[in-house]
Design a protein around this ligand. Structure first.
Ligand code: NAD
Ligand code: MG
Length: 358
């Protein structure tokens, strides 16, 4: 029996994870956490004793002694749980990409000390993880992340000036939480994933590429030095990477419809448009600068997305806010979590100042 601490249990990933656990006789929930929604019903249904709404994840994790932490919290709030699991060598199934973006160096150091498994739940990274399994690192030429392009693919910057919150939340291929859905519309999600891939796979940015693939059938690819490309194909169904991480290395069955290859697959690819979607090149630049620039990028993006969802700013101002905040931080590396929390808070303040009309 694997005991799972499910953090972010009421969210899009969290609910799909519950479904995977319910199907598997080898998995059980030992702890549940959410930000504000009640967990009473879920805890009662699964006989879970360790339950927490808001606050610090560490106490819950200490008390419940999980075999696996599934971190499906949204945003920087997931950092504490990521560092907790990595430091102790407890298997971390990571959906919360923001924690690896913000805490990259600290997380890697904790992972080295803890020596446990770090299994990506993000579909692209799960795909790359699987394409890389058993390969010699020296044979890998490039990791290629696919992006659906979101609801605004093909639009110019001018076309994006008046798009609404409802337009941005209308994702063509994936049904997800609101924050990541807006991130998919701005391509900040792919920017965060670029930085996530850098830390997960230890590959420098010049060997990380992004390609737009509107049907989300190819979840990502790896190019090897002999020119061979290995790709991971499947339905856009997050239950697959969630199940892969929770049942690794067994790979349990998932009741997803098989791809009908003979029906013809639409495997188009195109280059991302960095002018219309500047949050993608901004993320790459923040990643390359290193230090706490990625943490600041993430913090400012969280503030800007929340402001957009509240109707306080327009779509194009999300990127403008992040760019302005990045200019106000020094990006000095964080020595510990306290340092990082201070950097995150400073970047949030810088972003908030930008939101207030001058
Ligand atoms: P969501 O908004 O649907 O759910 C977020 C969950 O986090 C909720 O349970 C919420 O209560 C909880 N939460 C929020 N603040 C919290 C806090 N301070 N402390 C504890 N819990 C808190 O989001 P989602 O779409 O499920 O995404 C979760 C994470 O997974 C994000 O990092 C996202 O980028 C990543 N992810 C999601 C998908 C997807 O298909 N939804 C795909 C890939 C990666
Ligand atoms: Mg993804």
């Amino acid at each position: 029996m694997k005991r799972i601490a499910l953090l972010g249990a009421t969210g899009s990933i969290g609910r799909q994870a519950v479904e995977i656990v319910e199907r598997s006789p080898e998995l059980e929930l030992c702890a549940l956490m959410s930000g504000s929604s009640s967990l009473d019903g879920l805890a009662a249904a699964h006989g879970v004793e360790h339950v927490q709404v808001g606050g610090s994840a560490a106490e819950l994790l200490e008390a419940s002694e999980p075999d696996i932490v599934l971190n499906a919290i949204v945003g920087f709030a997931g950092v504490e749980a990521t560092l907790w699991a990595l430091e102790r060598g407890v298997t971390l199934a990571l959906a919360n990409k923001e924690s690896l973006v913000a805490a990259g160096e600290l997380a890697l150091a904790a992972h080295r000390r803890g020596g446990g498994l770090l299994l990506p739940v993000d579909s692209e990274h799960s795909a790359i993880f699987q394409c890389l399994e058993g390969r010699e690192p020296g044979t890998v030429a490039e990791l290629i992340l696919t992006a659906s392009g979101g609801p605004f693919r093909g639009r110019s910057r001018a076309d994006l000036e008046h798009v609404t919150v409802a337009d941005a939340l209308d994702h063509p291929t994936w049904v997800m939480g609101r924050k990541i859905t807006v991130d998919s519309a701005t391509l900040a999600n792919k920017g965060l994933e670029l930085i996530e891939a850098h830390w997960l796979f230890g590959v420098p940015y010049e060997r990380l590429a992004v390609v737009v693939h509107p049907t989300s059938i190819v979840h990502s690819l790896v190019r090897f030095r002999d020119g061979a490309l290995l790709a991971h194909l499947g339905q856009p169904d997050m239950r697959v990477p969630i199940s892969f991480a929770l049942t690794y290395p067994e790979r349990a069955a998932v009741p997803t419809a098989p791809l009908d290859l003979a029906a013809g697959l639409d495997l188009r690819f195109e280059a991302p448009d960095g002018d219309a979607f500047p949050l993608l090149p901004l993320a790459r630049a923040a990643g390359e600068r290193g230090g706490t620039f990625p943490c600041a990028y993430n913090a400012a993006n969280e503030v800007a997305v929340a402001a957009f969802l509240e109707g306080r700013i327009g779509f194009l101002e999300i990127a403008e806010t992040v760019a302005a905040a990045l200019e106000q931080v020094d990006g000095a590396p964080a020595r510990d979590l306290d340092d990082l929390v201070a950097v995150d808070a400073a970047a949030r303040r810088a972003a908030e100042r930008r939101l207030v009309p001058a």
